[in-house]
Write a protein of this length. Structure first.
Length: 348
C-alpha cells in the first residue's frame, strides 16, 4: 500500500496565475522549437556531408544508412546535441554485436562529427580508438592456375544447361580472372561498354565513381564474342542494356554472382557449403594483381615505377591501395628474393 494522503483528502493546489500559464506555454514552445531546429540542422548537416563526400568520389551508401539511423536514435532519445556519449550508446547497439561492427559505426559518426562541428560548435567529436575493434583485412587466397581453370569449367556445367546461365557465369568469371575487375564492375557493364572490335572495356560505375578503360587480351576478346553470339541466339531481350544477363534477360546482381560462385567453388572442392569462410570471388582480383607483380619481378622491371599503372588498371584512387597486393604471398616473396640474390651477386 502506498503511504500518504489519498487524492480525495489532498488539498488541491491553486491554478497558476495567467502570466505563469503564458510563461509555461512559451517555455515549452521554445523547447519544442529548439529540438526541432536541432534535428533539422542535423539532417541538413548529414545531407551536406554526404553530398560533399560523394563529390569526392565516395559512394557513401553505408554512411547514409547509418547516419540516418543515428539521427533517428537521437530523435527517439530526445537528444539535441551530438555528444560522445550518445554516439557511443548508439554504436554499441545491438547488444552482443561484434567489436569491429561497433567500431565501424562509431567511426562513421566520428567522421560526420568532424564535419558537423563547423555547423554546431556544441558538437563533440568522439576520440579515435575509443572502441577497440580495428578492422583487419583477411589474408587473400591466391588461386592456382589449375583452380581458376576448374572454376570456369565448372561454371559451364551450371544448370539449367540449356539456358544462358552457364555461358554467362563462365564468361563473367573468366573476365575477372583475365582483368582483375571487381564483381560490381562486371554486373554494371552495359552492352555499349564492351567494345569487342577494339578489345577495350569501359568501366563507368567503379567503386569510387571513376571511369576507366581497360584493354583485354585477344583470348578474352574471343571468349566474350562467343558469349555475345550465344546470348543473341537465345533471343532474350536486353531489358536494361546489360552485357551480362540472367535467363530472364535481366541484369545480374551481386547476390546472383556470389551464389553462383559459391555453388561452383563447392563443386570443385574449394569450400564446403557449411563453410562461413573460404576462398572468395574477390580473391581472384588479388590473384590477378599478384601474378602481374610476380611477372614484373621475374622480368627484372622497375616494379615501383610500374605500380601506378597497376593502380590505374585496377581502378584504385590511391597507389597505397595497390601496396596491399605486396603482401606475404610465398611465390611473390620468392620472386623478390631471387631478384635480391641476383642484385647482391652483382655487387660481390
Amino acid at each position: 500500500m502506498i503511504s500518504g494522503r489519498s487524492c480525495a483528502t489532498r488539498t488541491p493546489a491553486p491554478p497558476p496565475s495567467t502570466p505563469r500559464w503564458i510563461s509555461m506555454a512559451a517555455s515549452g514552445s521554445r523547447s519544442f522549437l529548439a529540438k526541432e531546429d536541432a534535428m533539422t540542422l542535423l539532417t541538413k548537416g548529414v545531407e551536406q556531408y554526404l553530398a560533399l563526400r560523394r563529390g569526392l568520389g565516395f559512394k557513401m551508401q553505408r554512411h547514409e544508412t547509418d547516419l540516418h539511423a543515428f539521427l533517428s536514435y537521437m530523435s527517439t532519445r530526445g537528444t539535441r546535441t551530438l555528444t560522445t556519449q550518445v554516439a557511443l550508446d548508439w554504436a554499441q547497439l545491438p547488444r552482443g554485436s561484434h567489436p569491429v561492427y561497433r567500431a565501424r559505426r562509431l567511426a562513421i559518426v566520428r567522421d560526420f562529427a568532424k564535419f558537423f562541428v563547423t555547423m554546431d560548435p556544441g558538437t563533440e567529436i568522439p576520440p579515435a580508438g575509443i572502441l577497440k575493434g580495428d578492422y583487419a583485412r583477411r589474408p587473400p587466397y591466391i588461386y592456382s592456375k589449375g583452380e581458376l581453370i576448374a572454376l570456369i569449367e565448372e561454371a559451364c556445367r551450371l544448370t539449367p544447361s540449356a539456358g544462358l546461365r552457364p555461358w554467362t557465369y563462365a564468361a563473367l568469371f573468366g573476365l575477372i580472372c583475365a582483368t582483375g575487375v571487381r564483381v560490381g564492375e562486371t554486373t554494371a557493364l552495359d552492352d555499349a561498354d564492351v567494345d569487342l572490335s577494339n578489345a577495350v572495356i569501359t568501366i563507368r560505375k567503379s567503386k569510387f565513381g571513376k571511369t576507366r578503360q581497360i584493354p583485354i587480351h585477344s583470348s578474352t576478346q574471343e571468349e566474350l564474342r562467343a558469349y555475345v553470339k550465344r546470348r543473341r541466339r537465345t533471343g532474350l531481350p536486353l531489358t536494361d542494356g546489360s552485357f551480362f544477363i540472367s535467363d530472364r534477360g535481366t541484369r545480374l546482381t551481386g547476390c546472383n554472382v556470389r551464389e553462383a560462385f559459391r555453388t561452383v567453388s563447392c563443386h570443385i572442392g574449394l569450400r564446403k557449403r557449411s563453410d562461413s569462410h573460404g576462398p572468395r570471388l574477390h580473391d581472384i582480383r588479388h590473384t590477378f594483381a599478384v601474378r602481374i607483380l610476380i611477372k614484373w619481378h621475374r622480368a627484372g622491371v622497375d616494379v615501383q615505377h610500374r605500380l601506378p599503372l597497376l593502380a590505374t588498371y585496377l581502378g584504385h584512387t590511391n597507389i597505397s591501395d595497390s601496396y596491399w597486393y605486396l603482401s606475404a604471398v610465398p611465390e611473390l616473396l620468392d620472386a623478390v628474393n631471387q631478384r635480391l640474390d641476383h642484385y647482391l651477386g652483382d655487387l660481390s
